[in-house]
Design a protein. Structure first.
Lengths: 458, 239
């Protein structure tokens, strides 16, 4: 077993039995579910809206090459600079080069999974550059030295008491502050950081080809501050975040808001389409957009899996996933957790090291049911499993077992040969361990339906 | 009406009496029930494990065993859903295409057959106690079965139906998932059983014995006071 797989098993066993974790997550996702139900009311015809969104993403991804060039042309026209990064290292090197050119010592960053993907914070820290998270959830996670637990709500696994304790420990605040008071503390701490930072980094919820724009959606205003004060704005974004036209936002903004948090529309929605223009009074002097591949073209090449790139990172499938709810976001050991993470990570980071995630699903299909852009998530897990077999990532023992299974299933005579009692013995001997200590084994009937039918219906 | 039985492999091996209870109900409704004793499995286990060639061989046998113009009825939403929704992937562009199309049209999950084909909900069954219904994923999401079993159960004399929290959430069985990821499977099963117990039910009822087998294992181990029952066993009770 690959070490990632065994570490995944170990962590998930611990979390699945952690009743405190279960309670916090069920509570927080319960609140989310209620909000989403209300949010969906804004759509007169939700099914059509989702279908349309899927079609738009389909067009965007099937013509990605053209859209990316169009994006580059349009952004460049307004003075923005586009950088292409094939992998994480290139993205990091480019960011570091900009930092050096600007003699940057401190950075403010708004929430971005792409920067998590390349482990930007620890990389910059090694080069003595401080990079502060400005989204409250991310700020909490950074204080705690933990990666985000969830792609939309990074500190979902922490109760308000947990956060108060963390602030007390790390910032010396009284241990019983309310969420409002804690927010004020964070805001206070961050103000100075905005003023000090030479560079602001954001991700992007969407990149828009026809205007060469970057759309950022947030609830706290921190992305706006991160781009308003510093003289340089860097965007790190995966190439799949493409939308062909600014008009598409009319659908995608409310869709993302509703599925992400249950809002009708997120509080702050910004479109950045270049640095400060002549005659404008504010905005950064320079804007860089780093278009990152980092394995995404592997998915693009796989025509079945391609639709997993339609993902708008709303987090819905995580919240709907009973596996995620039991083992939590950190057990996956990946930037993107939950169902969509289990689909894309083996492609992004290697079948051998991450294919176990594609098996870690009961295939209940709830992810597919909730996905706003109708990605067939659970079928893509099956696709990955098939691919793993085709490309020889499964063990010889496993292959043998399925061969044996096939032979037995092709012949009724073989199935009838062995009596129920022998099967029970066999099961106790070879199966009991895997079935675990928490369940009694099922019992084979002494005669199968097949045998009984022949006897009773003679 | 002629009906062909499809008895999925684990029902055949572990729960034969449920198969006979299904027969009992169908015969009461005037069906002539036939059973092809050559049948084995629909191929789902191998398919879900990624072994599509092996799955295809067994599915091929299934298509041949069920080459019929009769209705085919199975006590499982999971197997029914698999044949309906995934045989297309296995037999894309193949000579079996038309047979598969016919098969998909004729195959019904047991409760679906009662409510949608025979249009019956009252079987004259009696069972005393409180019941809660678990929406098995295969039935709910692969076959779209939601209200049918509930209307069938609502007609059972003496039975009071109470919904549990999260009735649509997966129980955690998931085939090989149950053993490959045993702790996660147990965590999910535990939450399902807790919800069922909290509803005050004496019986935890579903369309799928795979879910129930896993949940029953947990219930027996922890000596809880709730009993799992397949809906065919419920509908065959008291007469
Ligand atoms: S796969 Fe779908 S549900 Fe999951 S995060 Fe992406 S868009 Fe949301």
């Amino acid at each position: 077993m690959h070490q990632n797989a065994s570490s995944f098993l170990e962590k998930s066993e611990k979390k699945a039995g952690d009743l405190g974790h279960r309670q916090t997550i069920n509570f927080n996702i319960g609140k989310y579910n209620t909000a989403v139900k209300a949010g969906k009311q804004q759509f007169a015809d939700l099914t059509t809206a989702r279908e349309r969104a899927k079609n738009i993403k389909w067009r965007a991804l099937d013509n990605l090459d053209k859209h990316l060039e169009e994006f580059e042309q349009n952004l460049t026209k307004r003075g923005g600079k586009v950088i292409w990064a094939e992998n994480a290292q290139q993205a990091l090197d480019e960011i570091l080069a900009i930092c050096k050119a600007k003699q940057c010592k401190s950075i403010v960053k708004s929430k971005s999974m792409a920067t998590e993907e390349v482990h930007l914070n620890s990389f910059l820290a090694k080069h003595d550059i401080e990079c502060v998270e400005t989204d409250l959830g991310e700020y909490i996670q950074q204080l705690d030295g933990e990666p985000p637990y969830h792609i939309v709500t990074p500190a979902m696994h922490k109760s308000k008491e947990d956060v108060a304790r963390l602030f007390a420990e790390k910032l010396g605040t009284p241990p019983d502050l309310t969420p409002q008071q804690l927010t004020l503390v964070a805001r206070e701490k961050l103000r100075q950081k905005y003023l000090d930072a030479e560079i602001g980094i954001t991700g992007a919820n969407f990149i828009i080809a026809d205007i060469g724009g970057v759309a950022v959606t947030e609830n706290e205003g921190n992305a706006r501050l991160s781009t308003a004060f510093p003289k340089t704005h860097i965007v790190l974004v995966g190439i799949e975040k493409m939308l062909p036209s600014i008009n598409d936002l009319a659908l995608f903004w409310p869709l993302l808001a509703t599925y992400g948090t249950g809002q009708n529309v997120t509080v702050y929605n910004s479109i950045f389409s270049g640095p400060r223009q002549e005659g404008e009074t504010d905005g950064p002097e320079e804007m860089y957009v780093i278009l990152m591949d980092n394995g995404r073209t592997n998915i693009l090449m796989d025509t079945e899996a391609r639709e997993s790139l339609y993902c708008i990172r709303c987090g819905s499938c995580l919240n709907a996933c009973p596996v995620y709810k039991n083992i939590g976001g950190h057990s996956y050991g990946t930037t993107y957790s939950g169902p969509i993470g289990s689909v894309i990570t083996p492609h992004l980071r290697g079948m051998e090291s991450y294919i176990h995630l594609s098996y870690a699903s009961s295939l209940c299909g709830n992810c597919t049911e909730v996905c706003p852009v109708r990605i067939n998530i659970h079928e893509l897990l099956l696709h990955n499993r098939h691919k793993a077999v085709e490309e020889n990532y499964t063990s010889g023992g496993e292959k043998m077992s399925w061969f044996g299974w096939k032979q037995a299933s092709l012949s009724r005579r073989m199935m009838n040969l062995v009596s129920g009692n022998v099967k029970n013995l066999f099961m106790k001997k070879f199966f009991a361990k895997a079935w675990g200590d928490d369940r009694e084994l099922p019992v084979f009937a002494s005669k199968s339906f097949n045998q009984l039918w022949k006897e009773r219906r003679k | 009406m002629n009906v062909q039985l499809f008895i999925p492999c684990f029902v055949d091996q572990l729960f034969p009496e449920t198969g006979f209870n299904m027969v009992k109900v169908l015969e009461k409704l005037g069906c002539t029930v036939n059973y092809n004793p050559n049948q084995t499995c629909c191929g789902q286990p191998a398919f879900n494990a990624g072994y599509w060639d092996e799955a295809r061989s067994v599915a091929n046998k299934f298509v041949k065993d069920f080459h019929t113009v009769d209705y085919i009825v199975a006590p499982s939403g999971s197997c029914t859903g698999f044949v309906r929704n995934y045989y297309g992937k296995l037999f894309d562009n193949s000579a079996a295409h038309n047979d598969v199309k016919m098969l998909r049209k004729h195959l019904y999950e047991f409760t679906e057959f009662l409510t949608d084909v025979l249009h019956v909900t009252d079987l004259g069954a009696t069972l005393n106690g409180v019941a809660t219904y678990h929406d098995a994923c295969g039935a709910l999401r692969e076959c779209g079965i939601k209200d049918g079993p509930r209307s069938l159960l609502s007609k059972v004399k003496g039975l009071e139906l109470k919904e549990m929290n999260d009735c649509e959430v997966c129980c955690g069985f998931g085939g090989t998932f149950a053993v490959k990821f045993e702790p996660i499977s147990i965590g999910m099963g535990e939450q399902k059983v807790n919800n069922a117990v909290a509803s005050g039910a004496d019986y935890l009822i579903s369309t799928d014995l795979s879910c129930l087998m896993h949940l029953d294992g947990y219930i027996r181990k922890h000596e809880l006071n709730i009993k799992t029952m397949h809906i065919a066993d419920v509908l065959a009770s008291g007469w």
